[in-house]
Design a protein around this ligand. Structure first.
Ligand SMILES: C[S@@+](CC[C@H](N)C(=O)[O-])C[C@H]1O[C@@H](n2cnc3c(N)ncnc32)[C@H](O)[C@@H]1O
Length: 498
């Protein structure tokens, strides 16, 4: 079933994206040399199940607004918002067109409607041309000066090899009136096997193989919408520029600020002065398939000294300990630096520390230091830390406790953290242990282990990575996991999540 060219027959997955967290966007702005956006009047277009928006609203001051026209999804998000009493979130079930009308009417009545952040993840390529124009109108009319837009999209050149397969998937789906990918793949594969060595067919078979085991809901939303718009980055940047001084800032991926090209590639890129042209050529070098762009409206450019000041006084906090495998493939000196950083973050009862304090006395240059810190953030071991209000910390605790009671959560689940302003993933065992920790009187540890052992959703491997079959080996693994949990618990408490 489609509505306005978009799939409505299946609700989207319950996913969280830390990339659209205001503090992470701000850290990207800093690395790109721009002043972070202070206020958080934040709009998310097409929020899906709303997990990112709920998490960001509950853990940040400011006001958060979102829309999605899938009513089931909005009802799901609204239910959580009401239960958790999130005070600074407005959820609409508007289409983009209805939202634009709503905002225009509100403004005509004299209400203040404008945003410091407008974010849309996984939307722009999959809606039709009319809706892309409506999205651009929302950005043009309602982004504040000094505000920022995050927009992600499939891009050329990398996606080009999937175009033919996607076209056949869509035609077959329309003709046979089916969204069943076993059938769609089987038909397309049969066609490609007619001449498997032909380049087009090789690409089609590669596309099928890549997506054979991807999530069924993802496949429907990726391939079966009426549109599958594929821009080059430079086209996207030009579209944004035409909206009125919306300039490309950077790719909103922290690790990308430290991306190394080979000396030959660097030499080639050095001859290009134009920012957009250079970035486009990087996409060709990397054969980019997906982009996460940030555009800014009259953002303030910082001097090198100001960037250093901002960066050095940014605080970081430990989120989790590495495992024995985390740094196993690292060079020895880098391994040492990572372990030293973790131990500094652990000191003084996990108190958040500025980059300046963390760097003191470590003999590495500033760029390497920040790249290590960003790698630790990418591994979800370290988070950026911003002061937040007691009110928000209390709201987060209430939200997290209400999530904790919900047994029907998937394996990894996202909890909120007011100190970082974003989500933190806890797995199902950690949740079971936390529930036990907060309700100790209900059962002892032995009973908890027994209950987990009996639960068919839990599976354990032993030290040799073999599936545990008997009660004793499961209990041994559970004891190890529990020890690991007890080590992380003081970190979670310091993060004031519960
Ligand atoms: C691929 S999902 C992405 C959801 C979410 N941003 C995420 O990344 O998890 C696209 C979402 O856009 C919503 N959407 C598509 N067209 C829309 C429109 N015209 N107006 C409002 N929402 C729309 C869909 O209902 C869907 O939830």
């Amino acid at each position: 079933m489609k509505y306005d060219g978009y799939i409505q027959s299946s609700d989207y997955e319950d996913l969280y994206f830390d990339i659209i967290q205001p503090n992470i966007i701000n850290l990207n702005l800093l690395f790109a040399g721009f002043k972070p956006v202070k206020n958080k009047h934040y709009l998310e277009l097409g929020f899906g199940m709303g997990r990112s928006l709920l998490t960001h609203a509950v853990s940040n001051e400011g006001h958060f607004v979102g829309t999605d026209f899938n009513e089931n999804q909005v009802a799901f998000a609204k239910n959580i918002c009401e239960q958790a009493k999130i005070s600074n979130l407005t959820l609409y079930a508007d289409s983009f067109e209805q939202l634009l009308e709503r905002f225009r009417k509100m403004r005509a009545k004299g209400e203040e409607v404008s945003f410091d952040f407008i974010v849309l993840h996984g939307i722009y390529c999959w809606v039709n041309e009319e809706n892309r124009q409506i999205i651009l109108s929302i950005i043009k009319e309602f982004l504040r000066e000094g505000g920022v837009v995050y927009i992600s999209y499939n891009c050329l050149p990398g996606r080009a090899t999937n175009m033919d397969a996607r076209h056949i998937f869509k035609l077959y789906s329309q003709n046979e009136n089916t969204e069943n990918f076993d059938k769609i793949f089987s038909f397309t594969e049969k066609f490609a096997q007619l001449e498997p060595e032909n380049t087009i067919n090789k690409n089609i078979l590669d596309t099928i193989n890549t997506h054979r085991h991807s999530h069924p809901i993802y496949r429907i939303h990726e391939f079966l919408c009426d549109s599958w718009y594929l821009p080059y980055f430079s086209d996207m940047a030009e579209t944004m520029k035409k909206l009125g001084d919306l300039n490309y800032i950077c790719e909103c991926v922290l690790a990308y600020h430290f991306k190394k090209f080979t000396p030959k590639q660097e030499n080639f890129l050095a001859q290009i002065n134009d920012v957009i042209f250079k970035e486009q050529m990087k996409d060709f070098i990397l054969n980019k398939r997906f982009r996460y762009d940030l555009y800014g409206k009259e953002l303030l450019k910082l001097s090198d000294k100001q960037i250093d000041d901002y960066l050095f006084y940014t605080q970081f906090v430990l989120l989790d300990y590495p495992t024995s495998h985390t740094f196993k493939d690292c060079e020895e000196n880098l391994k040492w630096a990572y372990i030293e950083l973790i131990s500094r973050l652990e000191n003084e009862d996990f108190t958040p520390k500025s980059a300046k304090t963390l760097m003191m006395g470590i003999d590495i240059n500033q760029r390497v230091f920040f790249s290590l810190l960003i790698n630790l953030m990418t591994l979800n071991l370290v988070g950026i830390c911003m002061p937040n209000t007691t009110r928000k910390i209390d709201e987060v605790k209430f939200y997290n406790h209400s999530l904790l009671k919900n047994q029907k959560l998937s394996e990894e689940y996202i909890f909120a953290c007011a100190l970082t302003g974003g989500g933190i993933s806890l797995d199902s065992l950690e949740r079971a242990f936390l529930n036990h920790y907060f309700n100790e009187n209900q059962m002892n540890l032995e009973e908890l282990f027994e209950r987990i052992y009996q639960n068919e959703n839990f599976h354990f491997n032993d030290a040799n990575n073999q599936a545990c079959k008997d009660r004793e080996s499961v209990f041994t693994q559970l004891s190890l996991h529990y020890k690991k949990f007890l080590r992380r618990l003081p970190i979670l408490m310091k993060l004031e999540m519960f």
